[in-house]
Design a protein around this ligand. Sequence first.
Ligand code: LRH
Ligand code: MN
Length: 395
Amino acid sequence: MNTQQTDRVVQALNSFRIELPSWGFSNTGTRFGKYLQAAAALTIEEKFSDAQQVHRLTGVCPTLALHVLWDLPNGVDDVDGIAALAARHGVQPGSINPNLFEEQIYKFGSFGNPDASVRQHALQHAKDSVRIARRLNSRDIVLWFADGSNYPGTANVRRRKQWFEENLRTLHADVDSHQRLLVEYKPFEPAFYHTDIADWGMALSFARSAGPRARVLVDTGHHYQSQKPEQIAAWLLAEDMLGGFHLNDRRYADDDLTLGSIDPYQVFRIFHEILFFEWESGARADIAYMIDQSHNLKGKIEAMIQTVMHAQELYAKAALVDYPGLASAQARCQLVDAESALRDAFSTDVRPIIEEWRRAKQLPADPLDAFRQSGYLERITTERRGRMSVTSSYA
Ligand code: LRH
Ligand code: MN
Protein backbone atom coordinates (compact mmCIF):
# COMPACT_ATOMS: atom_id res chain seq x y z
CA MET A 1 0.00 0.00 0.00
CA ASN A 2 1.43 3.42 -0.93
CA THR A 3 1.43 6.44 1.36
CA GLN A 4 -1.49 8.03 -0.42
CA GLN A 5 -3.58 4.90 0.24
CA THR A 6 -2.39 4.73 3.85
CA ASP A 7 -3.41 8.36 4.33
CA ARG A 8 -6.86 7.63 2.95
CA VAL A 9 -7.32 4.73 5.40
CA VAL A 10 -6.11 6.85 8.33
CA GLN A 11 -8.46 9.68 7.30
CA ALA A 12 -11.37 7.24 7.09
CA LEU A 13 -10.57 5.79 10.53
CA ASN A 14 -10.31 9.29 12.01
CA SER A 15 -13.83 10.15 10.85
CA PHE A 16 -15.63 6.81 11.35
CA ARG A 17 -17.87 6.59 14.42
CA ILE A 18 -20.47 3.93 15.16
CA GLU A 19 -23.25 3.97 17.78
CA LEU A 20 -23.90 1.07 20.16
CA PRO A 21 -27.45 -0.23 20.91
CA SER A 22 -28.29 -0.47 24.64
CA TRP A 23 -30.36 -3.57 23.88
CA GLY A 24 -27.30 -5.35 22.44
CA PHE A 25 -25.94 -5.70 25.99
CA SER A 26 -29.05 -7.27 27.54
CA ASN A 27 -30.47 -10.79 27.33
CA THR A 28 -32.38 -11.04 24.04
CA GLY A 29 -33.90 -14.01 22.31
CA THR A 30 -36.24 -15.24 19.64
CA ARG A 31 -39.86 -16.39 19.82
CA PHE A 32 -38.43 -19.74 20.82
CA GLY A 33 -36.98 -18.31 23.99
CA LYS A 34 -33.88 -16.72 25.43
CA TYR A 35 -30.58 -18.23 26.62
CA LEU A 36 -29.64 -16.13 29.64
CA GLN A 37 -26.09 -14.90 30.26
CA ALA A 38 -25.06 -14.11 33.85
CA ALA A 39 -22.99 -11.14 32.64
CA ALA A 40 -25.81 -9.61 30.59
CA ALA A 41 -26.81 -6.04 31.45
CA LEU A 42 -30.15 -5.69 33.20
CA THR A 43 -30.05 -2.05 34.27
CA ILE A 44 -29.37 1.06 32.20
CA GLU A 45 -26.32 1.71 34.43
CA GLU A 46 -24.91 -1.68 33.38
CA LYS A 47 -25.61 -0.92 29.71
CA PHE A 48 -23.66 2.36 30.00
CA SER A 49 -20.87 0.56 31.87
CA ASP A 50 -20.56 -2.11 29.16
CA ALA A 51 -20.72 0.53 26.40
CA GLN A 52 -17.92 2.40 28.20
CA GLN A 53 -15.75 -0.72 27.90
CA VAL A 54 -16.32 -0.93 24.14
CA HIS A 55 -15.61 2.79 23.66
CA ARG A 56 -12.55 2.68 25.96
CA LEU A 57 -11.05 -0.17 23.92
CA THR A 58 -12.00 0.96 20.39
CA GLY A 59 -12.23 4.78 20.70
CA VAL A 60 -14.99 5.03 18.07
CA CYS A 61 -18.30 4.47 19.93
CA PRO A 62 -18.99 7.70 21.87
CA THR A 63 -22.79 7.28 21.91
CA LEU A 64 -25.34 4.72 23.12
CA ALA A 65 -28.73 4.33 21.40
CA LEU A 66 -31.58 4.21 23.92
CA HIS A 67 -34.94 2.45 23.63
CA VAL A 68 -37.46 4.51 25.55
CA LEU A 69 -39.56 1.88 27.38
CA TRP A 70 -36.57 -0.42 28.00
CA ASP A 71 -34.13 2.31 29.15
CA LEU A 72 -36.41 5.13 30.34
CA PRO A 73 -39.44 3.28 31.76
CA ASN A 74 -40.51 6.55 33.47
CA GLY A 75 -40.07 8.56 30.31
CA VAL A 76 -38.92 12.18 30.72
CA ASP A 77 -38.55 11.66 34.49
CA ASP A 78 -35.59 9.35 33.83
CA VAL A 79 -33.66 11.97 31.83
CA ASP A 80 -31.53 13.38 34.67
CA GLY A 81 -30.55 9.89 35.78
CA ILE A 82 -29.49 9.03 32.22
CA ALA A 83 -27.50 12.27 31.90
CA ALA A 84 -25.66 11.45 35.14
CA LEU A 85 -24.83 7.93 33.90
CA ALA A 86 -23.59 9.30 30.59
CA ALA A 87 -21.28 11.71 32.42
CA ARG A 88 -20.03 8.97 34.77
CA HIS A 89 -19.29 6.47 31.96
CA GLY A 90 -18.10 8.90 29.29
CA VAL A 91 -20.61 7.63 26.71
CA GLN A 92 -23.26 10.11 25.52
CA PRO A 93 -26.92 9.29 24.91
CA GLY A 94 -27.35 8.62 21.19
CA SER A 95 -30.44 8.08 19.06
CA ILE A 96 -33.75 7.81 20.88
CA ASN A 97 -36.03 4.91 19.89
CA PRO A 98 -39.71 5.27 20.86
CA ASN A 99 -41.37 1.91 21.57
CA LEU A 100 -44.60 1.76 19.63
CA PHE A 101 -44.98 -2.04 19.65
CA GLU A 102 -44.91 -3.58 23.13
CA GLU A 103 -48.00 -2.16 24.80
CA GLN A 104 -51.12 -4.35 24.45
CA ILE A 105 -53.10 -1.50 22.86
CA TYR A 106 -50.82 -1.67 19.81
CA LYS A 107 -52.23 -5.10 18.79
CA PHE A 108 -53.75 -3.56 15.63
CA GLY A 109 -51.12 -0.89 15.23
CA SER A 110 -49.93 2.42 16.61
CA PHE A 111 -49.90 5.33 14.09
CA GLY A 112 -51.92 3.06 11.77
CA ASN A 113 -54.47 1.81 14.31
CA PRO A 114 -58.13 2.28 13.25
CA ASP A 115 -58.85 3.43 16.84
CA ALA A 116 -58.12 7.19 16.99
CA SER A 117 -57.44 7.05 20.75
CA VAL A 118 -54.68 4.50 20.17
CA ARG A 119 -53.17 6.70 17.43
CA GLN A 120 -53.29 9.62 19.86
CA HIS A 121 -51.60 7.53 22.59
CA ALA A 122 -48.85 6.51 20.16
CA LEU A 123 -48.35 10.10 19.04
CA GLN A 124 -48.02 11.25 22.65
CA HIS A 125 -45.30 8.63 23.30
CA ALA A 126 -43.45 9.74 20.16
CA LYS A 127 -43.74 13.40 21.25
CA ASP A 128 -42.39 12.47 24.71
CA SER A 129 -39.48 10.73 22.95
CA VAL A 130 -38.68 13.93 21.01
CA ARG A 131 -38.71 15.83 24.33
CA ILE A 132 -36.43 13.21 25.91
CA ALA A 133 -34.06 13.58 22.96
CA ARG A 134 -34.01 17.35 23.35
CA ARG A 135 -33.29 17.10 27.10
CA LEU A 136 -30.47 14.64 26.41
CA ASN A 137 -29.04 16.62 23.45
CA SER A 138 -29.69 13.61 21.25
CA ARG A 139 -30.06 14.50 17.60
CA ASP A 140 -31.89 11.55 16.11
CA ILE A 141 -35.28 10.01 16.92
CA VAL A 142 -35.55 6.66 15.18
CA LEU A 143 -39.10 5.70 14.23
CA TRP A 144 -39.65 1.99 13.69
CA PHE A 145 -43.24 0.74 13.66
CA ALA A 146 -44.40 -2.89 14.00
CA ASP A 147 -47.64 -1.76 12.33
CA GLY A 148 -49.16 -4.02 9.66
CA SER A 149 -51.48 -7.00 9.28
CA ASN A 150 -51.33 -10.78 9.03
CA TYR A 151 -54.19 -11.55 6.63
CA PRO A 152 -55.41 -10.14 3.27
CA GLY A 153 -58.36 -7.79 3.57
CA THR A 154 -57.93 -7.11 7.28
CA ALA A 155 -56.37 -3.64 6.89
CA ASN A 156 -57.22 -0.56 4.81
CA VAL A 157 -53.69 0.21 3.59
CA ARG A 158 -54.62 3.62 2.12
CA ARG A 159 -56.43 4.79 5.26
CA ARG A 160 -53.52 3.68 7.44
CA LYS A 161 -51.13 5.58 5.09
CA GLN A 162 -53.17 8.74 5.68
CA TRP A 163 -53.12 8.27 9.48
CA PHE A 164 -49.33 7.78 9.39
CA GLU A 165 -48.90 10.98 7.36
CA GLU A 166 -51.08 12.93 9.80
CA ASN A 167 -49.20 11.71 12.89
CA LEU A 168 -45.74 12.06 11.32
CA ARG A 169 -46.52 15.63 10.24
CA THR A 170 -47.81 16.50 13.72
CA LEU A 171 -44.75 14.90 15.33
CA HIS A 172 -42.42 16.75 12.95
CA ALA A 173 -43.79 20.05 14.24
CA ASP A 174 -42.25 19.18 17.64
CA VAL A 175 -38.79 18.51 16.16
CA ASP A 176 -36.38 21.42 16.50
CA SER A 177 -33.72 22.65 14.10
CA HIS A 178 -30.89 20.34 15.18
CA GLN A 179 -32.98 17.20 15.52
CA ARG A 180 -33.96 14.62 12.90
CA LEU A 181 -36.69 12.02 12.56
CA LEU A 182 -35.29 8.84 10.98
CA VAL A 183 -38.02 6.69 9.41
CA GLU A 184 -37.07 2.99 9.47
CA TYR A 185 -38.78 0.57 7.05
CA LYS A 186 -39.22 -3.20 7.37
CA PRO A 187 -40.98 -5.55 4.90
CA PHE A 188 -42.15 -8.13 7.45
CA GLU A 189 -42.10 -9.27 11.15
CA PRO A 190 -43.89 -9.13 13.43
CA ALA A 191 -46.59 -8.56 10.78
CA PHE A 192 -46.55 -11.20 8.08
CA TYR A 193 -49.03 -10.00 5.40
CA HIS A 194 -48.30 -6.28 5.09
CA THR A 195 -46.30 -3.69 7.04
CA ASP A 196 -47.24 -0.01 6.81
CA ILE A 197 -43.66 1.07 6.04
CA ALA A 198 -42.52 -1.92 3.99
CA ASP A 199 -39.69 -0.49 1.91
CA TRP A 200 -37.42 2.47 1.22
CA GLY A 201 -39.90 4.11 -1.15
CA MET A 202 -42.66 4.21 1.44
CA ALA A 203 -40.21 5.48 4.08
CA LEU A 204 -39.01 8.17 1.64
CA SER A 205 -42.59 9.23 0.90
CA PHE A 206 -43.45 9.43 4.63
CA ALA A 207 -40.22 11.32 5.44
CA ARG A 208 -40.89 13.82 2.68
CA SER A 209 -44.52 14.38 3.70
CA ALA A 210 -43.51 14.72 7.39
CA GLY A 211 -41.15 17.66 6.81
CA PRO A 212 -37.57 18.85 6.20
CA ARG A 213 -36.16 17.37 9.43
CA ALA A 214 -37.11 13.79 8.40
CA ARG A 215 -34.81 11.28 6.70
CA VAL A 216 -34.80 7.53 5.93
CA LEU A 217 -33.00 4.92 8.06
CA VAL A 218 -31.76 1.74 6.35
CA ASP A 219 -31.60 -1.35 8.59
CA THR A 220 -29.48 -3.83 6.61
CA GLY A 221 -31.64 -6.70 7.91
CA HIS A 222 -34.89 -5.21 6.62
CA HIS A 223 -34.70 -6.30 2.98
CA TYR A 224 -35.94 -9.14 0.81
CA GLN A 225 -33.20 -11.62 -0.12
CA SER A 226 -32.56 -10.21 -3.63
CA GLN A 227 -32.68 -6.52 -2.69
CA LYS A 228 -29.47 -4.44 -2.83
CA PRO A 229 -29.22 -2.11 0.19
CA GLU A 230 -26.26 -0.39 -1.52
CA GLN A 231 -28.45 0.71 -4.46
CA ILE A 232 -31.07 1.98 -2.00
CA ALA A 233 -28.29 3.89 -0.20
CA ALA A 234 -27.09 5.39 -3.51
CA TRP A 235 -30.62 6.54 -4.37
CA LEU A 236 -31.25 8.05 -0.93
CA LEU A 237 -27.87 9.82 -1.11
CA ALA A 238 -28.77 11.25 -4.50
CA GLU A 239 -32.08 12.44 -2.99
CA ASP A 240 -30.28 13.82 0.12
CA MET A 241 -32.64 11.71 2.21
CA LEU A 242 -30.28 9.12 3.73
CA GLY A 243 -30.19 9.71 7.49
CA GLY A 244 -28.55 6.59 8.87
CA PHE A 245 -28.03 2.87 9.12
CA HIS A 246 -28.84 0.10 11.53
CA LEU A 247 -25.98 -2.27 10.76
CA ASN A 248 -26.09 -6.03 11.31
CA ASP A 249 -25.85 -9.18 9.18
CA ARG A 250 -28.24 -11.92 8.13
CA ARG A 251 -28.60 -15.09 6.04
CA TYR A 252 -32.38 -15.29 5.86
CA ALA A 253 -34.54 -12.54 7.44
CA ASP A 254 -33.98 -9.91 10.15
CA ASP A 255 -31.49 -12.25 11.83
CA ASP A 256 -29.64 -9.38 13.63
CA LEU A 257 -26.33 -11.26 13.47
CA THR A 258 -22.95 -9.57 13.95
CA LEU A 259 -21.94 -7.29 11.11
CA GLY A 260 -19.70 -8.91 8.50
CA SER A 261 -20.24 -12.42 9.89
CA ILE A 262 -22.25 -13.65 6.87
CA ASP A 263 -21.70 -11.25 3.94
CA PRO A 264 -18.87 -8.74 4.60
CA TYR A 265 -18.79 -7.77 0.90
CA GLN A 266 -22.41 -6.50 1.33
CA VAL A 267 -21.40 -4.03 4.02
CA PHE A 268 -18.31 -3.09 1.97
CA ARG A 269 -20.53 -2.30 -1.03
CA ILE A 270 -22.72 -0.02 1.15
CA PHE A 271 -19.71 1.83 2.58
CA HIS A 272 -18.32 2.09 -0.96
CA GLU A 273 -21.46 3.81 -2.30
CA ILE A 274 -21.24 6.37 0.52
CA LEU A 275 -17.51 7.10 0.19
CA PHE A 276 -17.76 7.19 -3.63
CA PHE A 277 -20.61 9.72 -3.27
CA GLU A 278 -18.48 11.83 -0.90
CA TRP A 279 -15.52 11.71 -3.33
CA GLU A 280 -17.68 12.63 -6.32
CA SER A 281 -19.72 15.34 -4.56
CA GLY A 282 -16.89 16.64 -2.37
CA ALA A 283 -19.54 16.71 0.38
CA ARG A 284 -19.61 14.68 3.61
CA ALA A 285 -22.71 12.51 3.80
CA ASP A 286 -24.62 13.32 7.02
CA ILE A 287 -25.14 9.70 8.05
CA ALA A 288 -25.52 8.12 11.50
CA TYR A 289 -23.90 4.66 11.60
CA MET A 290 -25.56 2.59 14.33
CA ILE A 291 -25.38 -1.07 15.29
CA ASP A 292 -28.72 -2.89 15.72
CA GLN A 293 -28.06 -6.49 16.71
CA SER A 294 -29.22 -9.02 19.26
CA HIS A 295 -26.54 -11.29 20.63
CA ASN A 296 -28.52 -14.38 21.57
CA LEU A 297 -25.58 -16.80 21.88
CA LYS A 298 -22.28 -14.83 21.69
CA GLY A 299 -20.95 -12.97 24.71
CA LYS A 300 -22.63 -9.58 24.36
CA ILE A 301 -19.60 -7.30 24.90
CA GLU A 302 -17.27 -9.50 22.82
CA ALA A 303 -19.82 -9.51 19.98
CA MET A 304 -20.07 -5.72 20.16
CA ILE A 305 -16.26 -5.25 20.07
CA GLN A 306 -16.03 -7.75 17.19
CA THR A 307 -18.72 -5.78 15.33
CA VAL A 308 -16.93 -2.45 15.78
CA MET A 309 -13.64 -3.99 14.58
CA HIS A 310 -15.38 -5.49 11.51
CA ALA A 311 -17.07 -2.16 10.74
CA GLN A 312 -13.75 -0.27 10.96
CA GLU A 313 -12.05 -2.85 8.73
CA LEU A 314 -14.78 -2.77 6.03
CA TYR A 315 -14.98 1.04 6.13
CA ALA A 316 -11.18 1.27 5.77
CA LYS A 317 -11.22 -1.17 2.83
CA ALA A 318 -13.94 0.90 1.12
CA ALA A 319 -11.75 4.01 1.53
CA LEU A 320 -9.09 2.27 -0.56
CA VAL A 321 -11.09 2.17 -3.80
CA ASP A 322 -9.28 4.02 -6.59
CA TYR A 323 -12.09 6.48 -7.40
CA PRO A 324 -10.51 8.21 -10.45
CA GLY A 325 -9.72 4.77 -11.92
CA LEU A 326 -13.20 3.54 -11.13
CA ALA A 327 -14.90 6.63 -12.56
CA SER A 328 -12.99 6.39 -15.84
CA ALA A 329 -13.56 2.61 -16.12
CA GLN A 330 -17.30 3.17 -15.51
CA ALA A 331 -17.36 5.95 -18.13
CA ARG A 332 -15.60 3.70 -20.67
CA CYS A 333 -17.66 0.59 -19.69
CA GLN A 334 -14.47 -1.22 -18.80
CA LEU A 335 -16.41 -3.76 -16.72
CA VAL A 336 -13.52 -5.88 -15.45
CA ASP A 337 -11.46 -2.81 -14.48
CA ALA A 338 -14.40 -1.22 -12.71
CA GLU A 339 -15.23 -4.37 -10.75
CA SER A 340 -11.56 -4.91 -9.94
CA ALA A 341 -11.36 -1.45 -8.37
CA LEU A 342 -13.75 -2.72 -5.68
CA ARG A 343 -12.34 -6.26 -5.48
CA ASP A 344 -8.76 -5.02 -5.09
CA ALA A 345 -9.75 -2.73 -2.22
CA PHE A 346 -11.88 -5.42 -0.56
CA SER A 347 -9.07 -7.98 -0.75
CA THR A 348 -6.51 -5.61 0.78
CA ASP A 349 -5.53 -6.49 4.37
CA VAL A 350 -5.97 -3.21 6.24
CA ARG A 351 -5.59 -4.74 9.71
CA PRO A 352 -1.90 -3.75 10.11
CA ILE A 353 -2.75 -0.09 9.38
CA ILE A 354 -5.73 -0.18 11.74
CA GLU A 355 -3.53 -1.63 14.51
CA GLU A 356 -0.99 1.13 13.83
CA TRP A 357 -3.77 3.73 13.95
CA ARG A 358 -4.93 2.33 17.33
CA ARG A 359 -1.42 2.41 18.78
CA ALA A 360 -1.06 6.04 17.64
CA LYS A 361 -4.30 6.76 19.59
CA GLN A 362 -3.03 4.94 22.70
CA LEU A 363 -5.67 2.29 22.06
CA PRO A 364 -4.98 -1.46 22.26
CA ALA A 365 -3.96 -2.86 18.85
CA ASP A 366 -6.40 -5.75 19.45
CA PRO A 367 -9.43 -4.49 21.43
CA LEU A 368 -10.94 -7.97 21.75
CA ASP A 369 -7.79 -9.43 23.28
CA ALA A 370 -7.46 -6.38 25.54
CA PHE A 371 -11.03 -6.91 26.73
CA ARG A 372 -10.28 -10.56 27.51
CA GLN A 373 -7.17 -9.53 29.45
CA SER A 374 -9.07 -6.78 31.35
CA GLY A 375 -10.92 -9.06 33.77
CA TYR A 376 -14.04 -6.93 33.24
CA LEU A 377 -16.13 -9.92 32.11
CA GLU A 378 -15.14 -12.04 35.11
CA ARG A 379 -15.94 -9.13 37.44
CA ILE A 380 -19.41 -8.41 36.06
CA THR A 381 -20.24 -12.12 35.81
CA THR A 382 -19.66 -12.44 39.57
CA GLU A 383 -21.45 -9.15 40.35
CA ARG A 384 -24.46 -9.85 38.15
CA ARG A 385 -24.85 -13.62 38.76
CA GLY A 386 -28.00 -14.82 40.52
CA ARG A 387 -30.41 -12.19 39.27
CA MET A 388 -31.42 -13.87 36.03
CA SER A 389 -33.88 -11.83 33.95
CA VAL A 390 -37.22 -13.05 32.61
CA THR A 391 -37.00 -15.58 29.74
CA SER A 392 -39.89 -14.18 27.64
CA SER A 393 -40.09 -11.20 25.24
CA TYR A 394 -37.29 -9.36 23.44
CA ALA A 395 -34.90 -7.29 25.64
C1 LRH B 1 -36.92 -3.70 14.39
C2 LRH B 1 -35.62 -3.01 14.80
C3 LRH B 1 -35.80 -1.59 15.28
C4 LRH B 1 -35.55 -1.64 16.77
C5 LRH B 1 -35.58 -3.05 17.10
C6 LRH B 1 -34.76 -3.41 18.31
O1 LRH B 1 -36.64 -4.95 13.81
O2 LRH B 1 -34.70 -3.11 13.77
O3 LRH B 1 -34.82 -0.76 14.78
O4 LRH B 1 -36.35 -0.83 17.49
O5 LRH B 1 -35.12 -3.71 15.94
MN1 MN C 1 -33.32 -1.53 13.35
